[in-house]
Design a protein around this ligand. Structure first.
Ligand code: ADP
Ligand code: SR1
Ligand code: MG
Length: 420
């Protein structure tokens, strides 16, 4: 069977597709009799099939013309699969330990074939809900962020290379517009897709729409998101985009990738850890009060930033005489100025991280699609209490982010708020 134009897959068609595609059939050992196929379907946008062969399993991901968790009423270009494959390949080159291999990409079919992240890999968000500690998470994710962000920025690249790459990823405009809308606009206005734990949060949602200072701050972040082509960012680096075991951390699902502000990725990750923290009281029970787990989350937040800072500035030091054109050696080649520009850069990035992290938290409490951390708390009153604390903290962080000088201060602020 020829697959020359787009066809939405079903299980039968997928087997035909694999048979007709040597790069995939060879992966499963060219044995088709005992294939089992399972559609996973716990993501928001696409269809993901796990194909279990006798010798090896693979993952097939296909984008349809709409957002899966909403339905056909919210169209979304299938070209997102192209940008996801491109970003996966680019990020894997830069950080092979933490990005799965792409075996096959078919643009007309909007289809990616990739490594199956085998059990015990699970989605990090699910691990956080279950209360599992991951001792290497901060080490691994900071490495992924430092490498992917540094090597795709002007700190490493020439302006020619950078602009060419920026131009390519400008094609992902529909996904960027989507984020601009659901993160930076909808939570601050009446929108048909917004929802929240009503009636408990009704007043909080109104307050959000009446908070002029918050609106000024979110506008600044929105313009940075839309205008600043700082590095190739993942674009959706929440805890549902990370698959993990005790010794492996793999970043999946970069379909929102584009050249944007670095702090959007770091903030997405840390903001989602903060959401996980505030959800813990909703998961606590008589057997486990989650107290020590909350402390682990806070330590992980601080360590992730500290390690990112260390690794990113080490890469910068290592390549400071190279072809990166942001700070050219003729002007910045002495230790004093090098230290000053690094301090300024990292301070700005820290404040961007806090701002974007807070914005990502807010959208997941009052916007279109929420997070399982809170959604799995069945008692609405209990859930609302957790969400309210997270929302209050996020609002403060967004508005007052420039007052914080170190992640330890942010972590202390979370811990003290929670004690009240
Ligand atoms: P979406 O783009 O719809 O959010 P995801 O890429 O997040 O889709 O994938 C949805 C789900 O499929 C994930 O939550 C995970 O359970 C599973 N999945 C995705 N990629 C892989 C992979 N490479 N290996 C194993 N499971 C995967
Ligand atoms: C309709 S919003 C769906 C969301 O899921 C993805 O993970 C992105 O964050 C997107 O905004
Ligand atoms: Mg996803």
């Amino acid at each position: 069977m020829a697959f020359t134009e787009f066809r939405p897959l079903d299980e039968k068609l997928l087997i035909e597709y694999i048979k007709a595609t040597p790069s995939l059939s060879s992966k499963i050992g060219n044995q088709f009799d005992d294939l089992t196929i399972k559609e996973v379907g716990d993501g928001n946008l696409n269809f993901v099939y796990i194909v279990v062969g006798t010798s090896c399993s693979i993952v097939i991901k296909q984008a349809l013309e709409y957002i899966r968790c909403i339905g056909e009423s919210w169209p979304m270009t299938r070209e997102r699969a192209y940008f996801e494959a491109l970003a996966l390949k680019e990020h894997r080159q830069l950080c092979p330990d933490h990005v799965p291999e792409v075996y096959h990409f078919d643009r007309p079919m909007s289809l990616i074939g990739m490594r199956f992240l085998e059990p015990p890999h699970i989605i990090l968000r699910k691990g956080l809900i279950a209360g599992i500690e991951y001792p290497l998470l901060a080490e691994h994710i900071s490495e992924y962020m430092a490498k992917t962000l540094f090597y795709t920025s002007l700190l490493y690249r020439s302006t020619m290379e950078h602009k060419r790459a920026v131009a390519e990823f400008c094609g992902n405009v529909e996904l960027c517009n989507h984020t601009a809308r659901v993160v930076f606009s909808d939570p601050y206005r009446v929108s048909q897709y917004n929802h929240w734990t009503s009636p408990y949060l009704d007043r909080d949602v109104e307050a959000l729409r009446e908070d002029n200072y918050l609106k000024i701050e979110i506008a600044e972040l929105k313009s940075k998101f839309c205008e600043r082509a700082q590095a190739l960012i993942h674009g959706d680096l929440h805890t549902g985009s990370v698959m993990i075991t005790l010794d492996s951390t793999q970043v999946i699902d970069p379909e929102f990738a584009f050249y944007g502000p670095m702090g959007f990725d770091i903030g997405a990750f840390l903001g989602n850890l903060i959401l996980a923290y505030f959800a813990q009281d909703g998961h606590a029970n008589q057997r486990n009060d989650r107290k020590s787990y909350k402390e682990w989350i806070l330590r992980t937040i601080e360590e992730t930033w500290t390690l990112f800072h260390k690794k990113f500035t080490a890469l910068w030091d290592q390549h400071k005489g190279g072809s990166g054109e942001a700070y050219i050696p003729e002007i910045y080649n002495n230790p004093e100025i090098q230290q000053l520009v690094q301090q300024k850069f990292m301070k700005d990035l820290f404040h961007d991280t806090l701002g974007f992290g807070a914005a990502k938290m807010i959208r997941r409490i009052v916007g279109v699609v929420h997070v399982e951390d809170f959604e799995s708390i069945k008692d609405a009153r209990k859930r609302a209490a957790c969400e309210q604390q997270a929302l209050e903290f996020a609002k403060m962080l967004l508005k007052e982010r420039r007052k914080f000088q170190a992640m330890a201060e942010v972590v202390s602020a979370i811990a003290s708020l929670h004690l009240q």
